[in-house]
Structures are given as C-alpha cells and as structure tokens.
Design a protein around this ligand. Structure first.
Ligand code: NAD
Length: 452
C-alpha cells in the first residue's frame, strides 16, 4: 500500500499523489480527469479513506466507447463516436447526463461521471455516477439528423444501460425531446422490459407527457438558487438586491437567472458562446431567455427590442465586472488562473460541472473568493431526476410545489453537511463537499465489503 503526504487544507495542493503512479495516470496537469481525481484524493486523505476505496474511486468501473453510422439528410453516411462511462454504483444505479458536443472526450466524460458519484452521495440519493455523450455539433445537424444520431446512439449502447442499472439524462445540448427519442428507441429494443411504460424510466428529464416530472427542466437552476439562499447570508450577502454575473444562458444559466430575478437579484453581466454583455441596471432574464430560445445565444440582445439593453463587452471585461456572485453555467475549465485573477466577486457558485481548474481554484482561494463547488451547487438536476424516477416507479405524479419542496430539503441538507465538514476539517468548501460525499460511500463499502 502506498501512502501520500497529508495535504494541506487547501482543496488543490499541486502534490503528485502516489495513487496516480499506482494507476498509471498521465502526468498532464491540464488533464481534466487528473484534476478531478486530485480533488477527490485530497479529500480522501483528510478523511482517512481506506486505500482500497481510493483506488476504486480513482477510476471508473466501465468505459464504453462506440462508433455508429448515421444517414445524413443529403443521403451520405457519417460515423459518430459516443461514450458512456459508468463510474461507480455502490450507492445505486449509475446516473448521469448525456451531452452532444464537438469537444466530448473520454477523459472529460470520466471526470463528469466521477462528479456524479460525488454529487448523488452528497445529496443522499440512491444513485451512483455515470456520464455519456456523442462527439458532434448539434448546431450543424438538422432536427431529423439529431433524431437519427440520438436513436442510433441509443441502439449502440442500449444493452449497457437500463432503468435500474444506468439512467441517462439531459446535459449540454440535449433536452427533453432528445430524451423522448432516446426512451422511445430503448423501449423498442429492450427485450427484457416488455412493459414499455416501465422502460421509459431508462432516462430522466423526459417531457412531462412521457413521464417527465414537473419542475425537472428548471431543477438545476432551482438547486443553484436554493444553495445560494442557504449559504449567502453567512457570507454577508443578501440575495435580494445582490449583483451577479452568469457564464452560459442555457438550461442551467437561464433558469438560475429567471428564479434569482424573482428573488430581487440583478444580473449585470452575461456571457455565452455568442458574446458577452453588461447592463448595470440588470437584464430582464425572461426577455433574455426568449431571445436565446429564438436566436441561439445572448449575442445581439443588447440591440434587440423589448427587454433588451446593455452593451457588448470583451471576455476580460466580463470577468472583471464587479459582482457579489459569479455563476459559471457553461462548460468545464473556463476559470483558469488568468480568469481567476480577473474575477471581481465575493463568491463563485459553480452551476456548471468542473468550471474551475485547480490552478484557478488556488488563485481564488489566495484572493479570498469563496467557491460553492459544483457537486453541491448543481445537484438539483439529478435530485429531481431521482424524483422523476421514483414517480415513474410508483405510478404517481407529484405537483410542482411538492417537487420544489422536496428538492429544497435535499439542497439545504447537502449545504449544511458541507458546512459541518468544513468546520470539522478546517478546509475549503470544495474539499468539505467531497468529504461529506465520501463519508457516505466509505460507509457503504465498509458494510458491503468487496467480494469475491
Ligand atoms: P446548455 O447546452 O443548455 O447550455 C450551455 C451554455 O453554455 C449555453 O448558454 C452556451 O452558449 C454556453 N457556452 C458554450 N460554450 C461556451 C463558451 N465557449 N463560452 C461561454 N459560454 C459557452 O447546457 P446546460 O444543461 O445548461 O449545462 C451547463 C453546465 O451545467 C454543464 O457543465 C453541465 O454539465 C452542467 N449541468 C447541467 C445539468 C442539467 O440539468 N442540464 C445538471 C447539472 C449540471
């Protein structure tokens, strides 16, 4: 058994953990998977997690990679690459989103799957972690091509997943419609599940008409807001009247914005793949969401009609905009050391998965900027996915009020668990959230054991 030097209480000391050598990790500091495991192992060291649990969690249980042909509208065929990574199922079925993006790579999917294991454990829902995706640019696909990519991907992986084994959900560039095509294909293929209604449980985030849950579409944004409402007062920030900025105005960003607006917060800067905008009086998030739905991005909103306003700014100006809270809700690794040095905020709340690199994290810590980590802040989506699955399993439907109330309970308890771990271990919030998640997984391994 190898032993690591006990890390300091910072989340991301740049130590080379001996487990990396033991498992043959590449020594690339920019590798997202290495960065994700580094945070996990630091927390595991502090908690005194047994070596066997550390090495189990440092690699996924399965990495599935498929290639599948799809007929394009012009009649020719293109070959697509898809992934499904099943990180851990000690607590329950593998669970995690499915993303369609040109930058989908195996190591990124592995990282996101690991984060799902941690997230589900932190909010105490009976799921493990998984993630998947297809390397493609959905903006370049017609609706019919998108449907065929979805159905062909499902047919390529359907025997690796299942309603009680591995349950995908929406993520970047996928939505309820994509889930509906996926579930429909699965129901037609899965021989073991003759009851097709039961088979739709194979995905969550479905349209409500097809067994989806009320409140699921906005759930991740709602969870971000629930977490902020619980944590910000102790950091000296009142949500009513606070100024904040958003990176990404897709599902997570736009719902976070719309819900925060109702609580009196002001969105003063927003950035997505089409540009960055600033409005010191605060954007109308409902009007901005309508603009994005129509045009595909925030760019051009400044000059647009009702609810428009503000000015176009550079990326650097966006990060330097003074706010109480900055909420990254787009892609991974967007806050590196350079961006972290630019940020003028008291708190960074990670709506996106892994938006801050360890180097960025160190700069934020040095500058006294609090980070609410992704495994806590964005856990609302998977929590309501779990509610959807429970409703499907029990043939019940819950109203939106009930969903929101139950979600709030999970988010508040997860936030409190994180704060308790932080006080007990004297560490930052990211490490504390991992510790609170790992404690739960460690208990399961100690009672289940490893057999044979
Ligand atoms: P989405 O596809 O709805 O939105 C993605 C957003 O990112 C868009 O606004 C897009 O313009 C923006 N973006 C893309 N490239 C960018 C760039 N280079 N610069 C700035 N902005 C860029 O995706 P989503 O579902 O909102 O997911 C966003 C993040 O939240 C991801 O990290 C995802 O894994 C995470 N997440 C999503 C859910 C969910 O329920 N959808 C749950 C938990 C976590």
């Amino acid at each position: 058994m190898t032993t690591a030097t006990r890390p300091t209480s910072t989340a991301t000391s740049a130590e080379w953990n001996p487990v990396f050598d033991e498992l043959g990790f590449p020594k690339d500091p920019d590798n997202l998977y290495l960065q994700t495991v580094e945070v996990l192992l630091n927390a595991a060291e502090m908690l005194g997690l047994p070596h066997r649990v550390k090495i189990i969690l440092a690699q996924p249980q399965s990495e599935i990679m498929v290639h599948f042909p799809v007929r394009m509208d012009d009649g020719h065929h293109r070959l697509f690459k898809g992934y499904r990574v099943q990180h851990n199922n000690a607590l329950g079925p593998y669970k995690g989103g499915m993303r369609f993006h040109p930058d989908v790579h195996l190591d990124d999917v592995k990282s996101l799957a690991l984060l799902m294991t941690m997230k589900c454990s932190l909010v105490r829902i009976p799921y493990g972690g998984g993630k998947g995706g297809v390397k493609c640019d959905p903006r370049q696909l017609s609706r019919a091509e998108l449907e065929r990519v979805t159905r062909r991907f499902c047919s390529a992986i359907y025997h690796y997943i299942g309603p009680d084994y591995d349950i995908p959900a929406p993520d970047v560039n996928t939505n309820a419609q994509v889930m509906a095509w996926f579930a429909d294909t699965y129901c037609s293929l899965a021989e073991a599940n003759k009851n097709t209604w039961d088979s739709v449980r194979v995905v969550t985030g479905k349209p409500v008409e097809m067994g989806g849950s009320l409140g699921r579409e906005k759930a991740t944004g709602q969870g971000v807001v629930d977490t902020l409402v619980e944590l910000l007062p102790s950091l000296g920030i009142n949500v009513n009247g606070m100024k904040y900025s958003l990176i990404g105005f897709g599902n997570v960003g736009s719902w976070t914005g719309r819900i925060l607006q109702k609580l009196g917060a002001r969105l003063v800067a927003v950035m997505d793949h089409t540009g960055a905008l600033r409005n010191d009086n605060g954007f109308d998030c409902e009007a901005l969401a309508a603009h994005v739905a129509q045009t595909g991005g925030v760019g051009g909103f400044a000059a647009s009609g009702p609810g428009g306003g503000g000015t176009s700014i550079s990326t650097e100006e966006f990060y330097k905009t003074k706010v109480d809270v900055l909420i990254p809700a787009a892609l991974e690794q967007m806050i590196k050391d350079r961006e972290a040095a630019w940020i003028d905020a008291k708190v960074v709340a990670e709506g996106a998965n892994a938006p801050t690199t360890p180097a960025g994290d160190r700069v934020l810590q040095k500058r006294g900027i609090e980070v609410v980590p992704a495994i806590l802040a964005n856990a609302g989506g998977v929590t309501v996915s779990y509610f959807e699955w429970v409703q499907n399993k029990t043939c019940m439907t819950w109203n939106e009020e009930e969903v929101d109330r139950k979600l709030n309970q999970h988010m508040v308890m997860a936030a409190r668990r994180t704060i308790l771990a932080r006080q007990k271990f004297g560490c930052d919030m990211r490490t504390a959230a991992y510790i609170a998640a790992l404690e739960n997984i460690a208990k399961v391994y100690s009672v289940r054991g490893i057999w044979p």
